[in-house]
Write a protein that binds this ligand. Structure first.
Ligand SMILES: Nc1ncnc2c1ncn2[C@@H]1O[C@H](COP(=O)(O)OP(=O)(O)O)[C@@H](O)[C@H]1O
Ligand SMILES: [Mg+2]
Length: 161
C-alpha cells in the first residue's frame, strides 16, 4: 500500500492509529509528521511509543529538539528518536547537533516540523499529513520508499465509524 487516508473522529482515534502504526514499525524507518500546531503530531507519536512498550511520559522535545526512547519490536530492542524541529534555528544547527547520524538502518526517526530542516534532513519513508477539521482530524499516510510501503502493508487499522 502506497497511500492510506482516514478520518480520526477524536483523540481515541488518533491513539488507535498510533497503536496500529506501532505494530507495523520496523528498524530504519523515517517518518515525517506534518500538520499545523495542535493537529496531533505529538499525540500520534505518544500513542506509537506507548503501544511500542514505552511506559513513561512522552512530551514533545520542544527545546532539546530530539528525545530517544528504547522499545522492543518483535523482541528486539530498537531505538526510536522523536524529533520536534519547530524551534530549530537553522539547518546548520541540525547538522552541528549530529542529528544526521540517527538516520540509519537500525533507528526509527519520527520527525515533527521536518520543513524546518529542509535540505539537510534525510528523506522520509513515510509522510503523515494531519489536518484539523471541525470535528476530529483527517490523516493521510504516504509511503515514499519500499520500506515505507512495506510498513503500510502491515498496517491494520479499522476506523471506528
Ligand atoms: N482525532 C482527533 N480529534 C480531535 N482532537 C484530537 C484528535 N487527535 C488529537 N487531538 C487533540 O489535538 C491536540 C493535538 O495536540 P498535539 O499532539 O500536541 O499537536 P501537534 O504536535 O501537532 O502540535 C491535543 O489536544 C489532542 O487531544
Ligand atoms: Mg507537537
Amino acid at each position: 500500500m502506497q497511500h492510506f487516508q482516514t478520518h480520526l473522529h477524536n483523540e481515541a482515534g488518533t491513539a488507535a492509529l498510533g497503536a496500529a502504526l506501532a505494530r507495523a514499525l520496523a528498524p530504519g524507518l523515517t517518518i515525517y509528521l506534518e500538520g499545523d500546531l495542535g493537529a496531533g503530531k505529538t499525540a500520534l507519536t505518544r500513542a506509537m511509543l506507548h503501544a511500542a512498550g514505552h511506559a513513561g511520559h512522552v512530551k514533545s522535545p520542544t527545546y532539546t529538539l530530539a528525545e530517544p526512547y528504547t522499545v522492543r519490536l518483535g523482541g528486539d530492542p530498537v531505538e526510536i528518536i522523536h524529533f520536534d524541529l519547530y524551534r530549530l534555528g537553522s539547518p546548520e544547527e541540525f547538522l552541528d547537533a549530529g542529528f544526521r547520524e540517527h538516520f540509519n538502518q537500525s533507528t526509527i526517526c519520527i520527525v515533527e516540523w521536518p520543513e524546518k530542516a529542509a535540505g539537510v534532513l534525510p528523506a522520509p519513508d513515510i509522510k503523515v499529513l494531519l489536518s484539523i477539521k471541525v470535528a476530529g482530524r483527517d490523516i493521510e499516510l504516504q509511503a515514499l520508499t519500499d520500506q515505507g510501503s512495506q510498513c503500510l502493508d502491515r498496517l491494520k487499522f479499522a476506523p471506528n465509524l
